[in-house]
Design a protein around this ligand. Structure first.
Ligand code: ADP
Length: 188
């Protein structure tokens, strides 16, 4: 019987892409016939990089992987999965908290979209890496290149430095985080 190609979508915010995400991409590229990294919009998260910028940060890392591409999408992940003709949704799992929050979504996507979700566990050294955590390091004034490059590739470290400056002053000036905090306090 001819083998039906297995297409997987790896959806996420990738704001920005980290060594943890790239590890999942590299390891799963050998498992599926096609892998689409889906760069989505999460209404619960305030984005730092635009979707286009996030795609550009991923691009050099997948250039040599012939069966991997990255695409931006809006709307429901399951609709994007169907547009890609994928049968698998891939998610990375760092810990029990990740798994807990993923199970319900996986069940829903199977029931309404007929797509199976497969989980790949993180490599040990990336278990504590998240895009949110990296942005927080900057917020706390720890945005020096050496530290950041343990968590993200050099092109992402440079983009973070350009966007946020190196440390506390940069993020406050460029993102207005202090302004938002003040206005929250004054409206309380
Ligand atoms: P985050 O802001 O937490 O990095 P994303 O939406 O970008 O979230 O994550 C996309 C997918 O990648 C999710 O399945 C998430 O669990 C997974 N992921 C994120 N960081 C890692 C990591 N360090 N190791 C393994 N999987 C990860």
């Amino acid at each position: 019987m001819p083998h039906k190609p297995i297409i997987a979508v790896y959806p996420g915010s990738f704001d920005p892409v980290t060594h943890g995400h790239l590890d999942i991409i590299m390891r799963s590229a050998g498992v599926f016939d096609e892998l689409v990294v889906g760069v989505g919009l999460n209404p619960d998260k305030r984005e730092l990089f635009t979707q286009q910028e996030r795609l550009e940060l991923i691009a050099p890392h997948i250039r040599k992987l012939a069966n991997v591409r990255a695409e931006a999408y809006t709307g429901l992940t399951i609709d994007f999965v169907q547009r890609c003709r994928a049968s698998v949704i891939l998610r990375g799992i760092r810990d029990a908290a990740d798994l807990n929050s993923e199970l319900q979504q996986a069940n829903l996507n199977r029931m309404v979209g007929g797509a199976e979700t497969l989980f790949l566990s993180t490599s040990d050294q990336y278990a504590l890496t998240s895009s949110t955590y990296i942005k927080q390091i900057y917020l706390m004034g720890g945005g020096n290149m050496q530290r950041i490059e343990r968590l993200v590739p050099p092109n992402v470290a440079r983009a973070l430095a350009t966007k946020l400056g190196s440390g506390r002053g940069g993020i406050v000036r460029r993102t207005g985080i202090r302004r938002r905090r003040r206005s929250r306090r004054s409206s309380a």
